[in-house]
Design a protein around this ligand. Structure first.
Ligand SMILES: [Zn+2]
Length: 360
């Protein structure tokens, strides 16, 4: 089974009305020439395509941006204060539950080791019974009104938190650098008590180092690349320094490589020719992490598909989520063992979840 570490499903459903029970081809046909394509490109995600591509599990994201980062009037999932952030994020938790309830044959929320074991077993069975499972991930913690409310979110199935996208009242980000605040430190303590996973993606360097120093629980980067390979990036802290990568590896964490051209090839910008970026660029980031780690057990995929970009901004050869297996083929062509290839495509995330999810 292939696992994808980052998909902004709720944000797309709310911002563009996307229906992910449809296929990629159906959504593209429906959206042809629309504003959605102008703002977020042609979709890369759809239920039959997940299944066809053997993508059985994704980290499904709760996301809203602070109003100061609003990209235009169409970008309405934004907040001006903590109360509004809370409404958006809690609403998205609810939205995922409704999506799963409405399509019980297609989607399955996963919040425990028992859920995961059952889901893995169902994928070993006949193809008709296969569903997309998801683990909920909060990107930007302003949706939490206070650290002590985290228990409610945990009860609602939330298992992973990335404290910042832009800066939040909990932590500085790659776009708005700064440390964890006093509230942020308290949040880490409550997360650790509940056994939640901490996502370093988008955190500032300073906050990453604080997290590595003091978070005792499971660490990951759901969607981040190797800074050294995109050194001229507009926001260098969006990607991980070798030091932080090594820190994650030492803690047995996993890093999901983002499949956005601007994050894969140094100097590539939206509007540039898609053909300039290939699956070899993806392999370069994966390989750089493996070289630092000394093994292939700490890197995986975090596509971020539909997270602000579409078909024209992903490597040539990857035309939808159904094509992720091609990354595995490229790794094998590069000399990776089959077991390492399977680790990168999914088993590394699964091993982390088997360790970090609560038993029941
Ligand atoms: Zn992100």
């Amino acid at each position: 089974m292939i696992v994808d570490g980052h998909e902004d499903l709720a944000w797309n459903m709310l911002t563009f009305g996307r229906d992910y029970s449809r296929s990629v081809a159906q959504t593209r046909a429906l959206e042809a020439g629309s504003e959605t394509v102008k703002h977020n490109g042609q979709t890369l995600l759809g239920w039959p395509d997940w299944i066809e591509g053997q993508v059985g599990l994704a980290f499904a994201v709760l996301f809203a941006a602070p109003e100061r980062w609003q990209a235009g009037p169409w970008d309405h999932v934004t907040y001006k204060d903590g109360a509004e952030a809370h409404r958006h994020y809690w609403g998205q938790l609810d939205l995922y539950q409704r999506l799963a309830d409405d399509h019980q044959d297609k989607f399955l929320p996963i919040a425990s080791q028992a859920d995961l074991a059952g889901h893995l077993q169902s994928w070993d069975g006949p193809a008709e019974g296969r569903r997309l499972g998801w683990v909920l991930l909060m990107e930007g913690a302003d949706g939490l009104q206070a650290p002590e409310t985290l228990e409610n979110w945990h009860a609602g199935g939330l298992r992973i938190i990335g404290p910042a996208w832009a800066g939040t009242r909990y932590a500085g980000s790659c776009y708005e650098p700064g440390p964890f605040t006093a509230d942020g430190i308290e949040l880490l303590d409550v997360m650790a008590e509940l056994g939640m996973m901490l996502d370093l993606s988008h955190l500032s360097d300073e906050a990453c180092h604080q997290a590595l120093d003091r978070y005792p629980g499971t660490l990951l980067a759901s969607h981040a690349n190797v800074r050294r390979l995109v050194a001229n990036s507009k926001y260098p802290e969006r990607h991980l320094s070798d030091e932080v990568i090594q820190g994650v590896v030492e803690r047995d964490g996993v890093i999901g490589v983002v499949l956005a051209n601007k994050f894969l090839k140094d100097g590539w910008l939206p509007g540039d020719r898609r053909e300039l970026v290939t699956i070899d660029h993806v392999v370069a980031h994966i390989d750089a992490i493996c070289q630092l780690a000394g093994d292939a057990q700490h890197v995986a995929l975090g596509s971020d598909f539909d997270g602000g970009f579409g078909l024209d901004q992903v490597p040539v050869g990857l035309d939808s989520i159904a094509d992720l297996a091609k990354i595995g083929q490229a790794l094998q062509a590069r000399g990776y063992q089959e077991s390492d290839m399977l680790g990168v495509l999914g088993e590394n995330w699964i091993r982390m979840l088997e360790r970090a999810l609560p038993p029941n």
